[in-house]
Design a protein around this ligand. Structure first.
Ligand code: TXA
Ligand code: MG
Length: 315
């Protein structure tokens, strides 16, 4: 066993969840599985614990965190003046991969929001984490469990290789079902704005909830959003079609550059599910260039393209 593996616990065991709850009560950090990506969790009511997240991730302190709750009815504990739009969205999509930004109440400390009067909140859809939240009887804050600027982890092993012993325990819940971070919608503006694309799309929200969500602009856009993020070590080149990607592959290989194609044709769910794992794997094998064939911008394809674009923007 590698030393960094020693803090991985089998999350389906009740005793592992108990150990994680007890660590969180002691203001320690614990990595948790969700349906999107693994999160680095701290107890939301402890400023000491929340501050540790910024230290361990190397994250700027004005970059706000998402609050995670066990059930819809916990929403009122942390927020105020909930607009109808927010209510409709959570009734439709929680538990699930949707984060809403709403007005916070005094229970939410400044460390979580970077001093903003709004808070991002979501109710994750993962058995192990729901059980942990219920037993903890508090909310947790959880950014993705990677070092700042790196791709998010979708397995317990990814977390271990990024954070090692800087996290007390890693609750292993297997591979994350979706593989991309949650959709974020700012419900404090009219109309609501999309801050980050994810598995739940604006098209779907329009059809299912009759709510129009517009692209982010103004202050919302600036809230901790960077154009360069989700960056692996390897260079990423984007192509619209397979043929051009293959021509580029030959060209690079002729120049002795180690490169490979990333393409899942029409299987968008598989693309989302495997994207981060493939980028991490490419780094481990010292691949210099990933030639990514862009998926269609429908469904989760928009979120995949957003992440690919940000990964390609590095240097
Ligand atoms: O799927 C997810 O959301 C994952 C899992 C672990 O739940 N978490 C996650 O957290 O992606 P993180 O910290 O990597 O991304 C949080 C983003 C910030 O970058 C920021 O853009 C936005 O949420 N955010 C948080 N609070 C906000 C606020 N008050 N106003 C606007 N945006 C906010
Ligand atoms: Mg992140």
């Amino acid at each position: 066993m590698r030393p960094s593996d020693s803090n991985i616990l089998n999350g389906s065991k009740s005793s592992s969840i108990e150990a994680a709850v007890s660590a969180l009560r002691d203001d320690e950090l614990v990595a948790i599985p969700t349906e999107t990506v693994y999160g680095l969790a701290a107890r939301a009511s402890s400023r000491t614990a929340v501050n540790k997240i910024f230290k361990v991730k190397g994250r700027p302190s004005n970059h706000p965190l998402i609050l995670h709750i066990a059930k819809i009815s916990d929403l009122e504990k942390w927020t105020k003046d909930l607009p109808n739009v927010a209510r409709t969205l959570v009734d439709h999509y929680w538990p699930g991969p949707l984060t809403i930004v709403v007005q916070r109440n005094e229970k939410v400390c400044d460390e979580i929001t970077g001093g903003r009067n709004t808070v991002a909140i979501r109710c994750p859809d993962h058995k192990i984490t729901t059980e942990l939240l219920k037993r903890l009887d508090d909310a947790i804050v959880a950014p993705s469990a990677n070092r700042f600027g790196k791709v998010s982890p979708t397995t317990a092993e990814h977390v271990a290789s990024d954070l090692g012993d800087d996290v007390k325990f890693i609750l292993d819940g297997g591979e994350c079902a979706i593989g991309l971070e949650s959709t974020i919608i700012d419900c404090t503006t009219t109309p609501p704005q999309l801050l980050r694309a994810g598995a739940i799309t604006v098209e779907q929200i329009k059809t299912e909830c009759l709510i129009t969500v517009v692209p982010a602009s103004g202050e919302s856009r600036a809230s901790g959003m960077l154009d360069k993020h989700y960056a692996p070590e390897c260079k990423i080149e984007l192509f619209d079609d397979r043929m051009r990607a293959e021509t580029r592959l030959l060209e690079l290989r002729q120049h002795g550059t180690t490169s490979e194609i990333l393409d899942f044709a029409d299987d968008l769910a598989q693309y989302a599910h495997s994207l981060y794992a493939r980028l991490r794997d490419a780094d481990e094998r010292n691949i210099e260039v990933i030639i990514a064939v862009k998926p269609i911008s429908a469904g989760i394809g928009s979120a995949i393209n957003e992440r690919l674009q940000k990964a390609a923007n590095r240097s």
